[in-house]
Write a protein that binds this ligand. Structure first.
Ligand SMILES: NC(=O)c1ccc[n+]([C@@H]2O[C@H](COP(=O)([O-])OP(=O)(O)OC[C@H]3O[C@@H](n4cnc5c(N)ncnc54)[C@H](O)[C@@H]3O)[C@@H](O)[C@H]2O)c1
Length: 374
C-alpha cells in the first residue's frame, strides 16, 4: 500500500512541523487521511478505524423530516439525551420539530457540507433516511437516481472516512417479481423493477462491500410498509394503509388505490423505530449479516378495512386501482421471513393488526377530543 504509507508520512510531517498544534493525537490525524475511500488507490486493502464511543453516540439523521425521522429522533433523544441527536433535511422544519432539539440544514448531495456537520458535531452514528420513495421515484427517475444513489455514495464515504456506525434502511421494494414472495427470505434473487428498488439493492450491496473492504460498520434493515398516525407517508406504494385511517375519521369513506386482495408486509412505526435502535445497539458479534428483513404483520386492503369496520361499521371502502402502484405492489413480497433477525439480535414485534388498528384509532380520537377542547 505505497499510497497509504506516503499519506501517513506526509500527515506526520505536517503535524510535526506545525508549531503549537499539539492538541490532536497524531494517530487520529494519520488514520483520517489514510482511510477515506475517496483518496485510496484501487489496490488498497485495509480496514477503517473503528469508531470509539464515549458514553453514548452522537447521532445525525438525514432526511429527518419525512414519515420516520422525527419519531426516530424522539426515541433516540429519550435514550441518549436531547443534544445527542441532530435532525437534518433540506426542508424547513415545523416549529414544534425545530424547538424539540438540534436541527440543521443538510443536502446529502453536498459532500463538503456533510463532512463539516460530521466533523463539527463529532458524529459517531449516521442514520441515513433521505430518499425518494417508490411511487415518487417512478415519477422522477433522474432525481431518485441522484438522491438515492449519488447521495448514498456521499454518505458511505463520509461514514468510512470518519469511522461512523451507519444505518441505511432498505425495503420490501428491494425485491422483484422473480423473488420468492411468500415468504421472502433474507437471501434470494433481487431484481426489482423500480428505480427505488434498484437504488436500495445498490445501497445494500455497497454497504456490505464497504464493510468488507474498509471495515465500515454498516447496518441495514429491510422495512415493510410503515404505518404511523402523527406523520404522513412520503409517496410509497403502501401509503394507502395510513391514508385509510385519515379518511375514515374525516369522512367515513375511503377510496383505495390498490386491489382489495393485495397482500403486503406492514409494521407499526413504534416497532420500526425500536428495531432500528436495537440493531444499532446490537453487539457486532451477534450480527452474521449486514442486512436483515424485519416484519410484524401482513394484510390486504380488504383485511385492514374489515378490522377497521369492527370499530367503525359505517366505513365505506371503494377501489380505484392506480396501475403504477398496483404493478409495483404485485412485484413485492407478500410476507417477509425475518427469522434471522429474531434469532440473531432478538427482534420481536409488539403490534399485530388488531393492536395497530386500536392504537391508530386511539390516537385520532385523542386528537379529536383535544381539537374540540381548544
Ligand atoms: N416509510 C416507509 O414505509 C418505508 C418503508 C421502507 C423503507 N423506508 C425507508 O426509510 C427511509 C425514511 O423513509 P420516510 O418514509 O421517512 O421517507 P420520506 O419520503 O417521508 O422522507 C424522506 C426525506 O428525505 C428528504 N430529502 C430528499 N432529498 C434530500 C436531499 N437531497 N438531502 C437531504 N434530504 C433529502 C425529504 O425532504 C424527506 O423529508 C427512506 O430511506 C425509505 O426508503 C421507508
Amino acid at each position: 500500500m505505497p499510497i497509504i504509507r506516503t499519506l501517513s508520512k506526509v500527515a506526520k510531517q505536517a503535524l510535526l512541523s506545525t508549531p503549537g498544534c499539539g492538541c490532536q493525537p497524531l494517530t487520529v490525524a494519520v488514520r483520517n487521511i489514510s482511510f477515506s475511500p475517496r483518496q485510496v488507490t484501487s489496490d488498497a486493502s485495509f480496514h477503517s478505524v473503528s469508531f470509539s464511543e464515549t458514553d453514548h453516540p452522537k447521532v445525525l439523521i438525514t432526511g429527518g423530516l419525512g414519515q420516520l425521522g422525527v419519531g426516530l429522533a424522539k426515541l433516540l433523544r429519550k435514550r441518549f439525551g436531547k443534544n445527542s441527536v441532530i435532525l437534518s433535511d433540506i426542508r424547513k422544519p415545523p416549529s414544534n420539530v425545530f424547538h424539540s432539539g438540534p436541527f440543521i440544514y443538510s443536502d446529502i448531495l453536498d459532500y463538503k457540507n456533510l463532512r463539516e456537520i460530521v466533523v463539527n458535531n463529532r458524529i459517531t452514528w449516521l442514520v441515513h433516511y433521505s430518499a425518494l420513495l417508490s411511487a415518487v421515484g417512478e415519477a422522477n427517475v433522474a432525481l431518485a437516481r441522484s438522491v438515492n444513489i449519488t447521495g448514498l455514495h456521499n454518505i458511505l464515504d463520509i461514514a468510512a472516512e470518519h469511522g461512523l456506525r451507519l444505518f441505511v434502511p432498505s425495503t420490501i421494494g428491494a425485491f422483484g417479481p422473480t423473488s420468492p414472495r411468500n415468504p421472502t427470505p433474507d437471501l434470494c434473487v433481487q431484481r426489482p423493477r423500480t428505480i427505488y428498488g434498484v437504488s436500495k439493492v445498490h445501497a445494500e450491496l455497497m454497504g456490505e462491500y464497504y464493510h468488507h473492504r474498509y471495515g465500515l460498520d454498516f447496518r441495514c434493515l429491510r422495512y415493510p410498509g410503515i404505518i404511523s398516525a402523527d406523520s404522513m407517508p412520503g409517496g410509497g406504494t403502501t401509503d394507502y394503509a395510513v391514508q385509510i385511517f385519515h379518511d375514515a375519521i374525516k369522512s367515513g369513506k375511503f377510496e383505495c388505490n390498490l386491489r382489495a386482495d393485495t397482500r403486503l408486509p406492514m409494521m407499526y412505526i413504534d416497532d420500526c423505530l425500536r428495531a432500528t435502535l436495537e440493531v444499532m445497539e446490537a453487539p457486532a458479534d451477534t450480527l452474521s449479516m449486514r442486512t436483515y428483513n424485519i416484519n410484524a404483520m401482513s394484510f390486504t386492503p380488504e383485511e385492514l378495512a374489515q378490522e377497521l369496520q369492527k370499530q367503525m361499521p359505517e366505513l365505506e371502502v371503494t377501489y380505484d386501482v392506480d396501475n403504477v402502484r398496483q404493478a409495483i405492489a404485485d412485484s413485492w413480497p407478500m410476507n417477509f421471513d425475518d427469522s434471522n433477525a429474531r434469532k440473531e439480535w432478538g427482534w420481536k414485534h409488539d403490534y399485530d393488526l388488531p393492536e395497530l388498528v386500536q392504537t391508530m384509532l386511539n390516537f385520532f380520537s385523542a386528537e379529536m377530543r383535544m381539537t374540540r377542547a381548544n
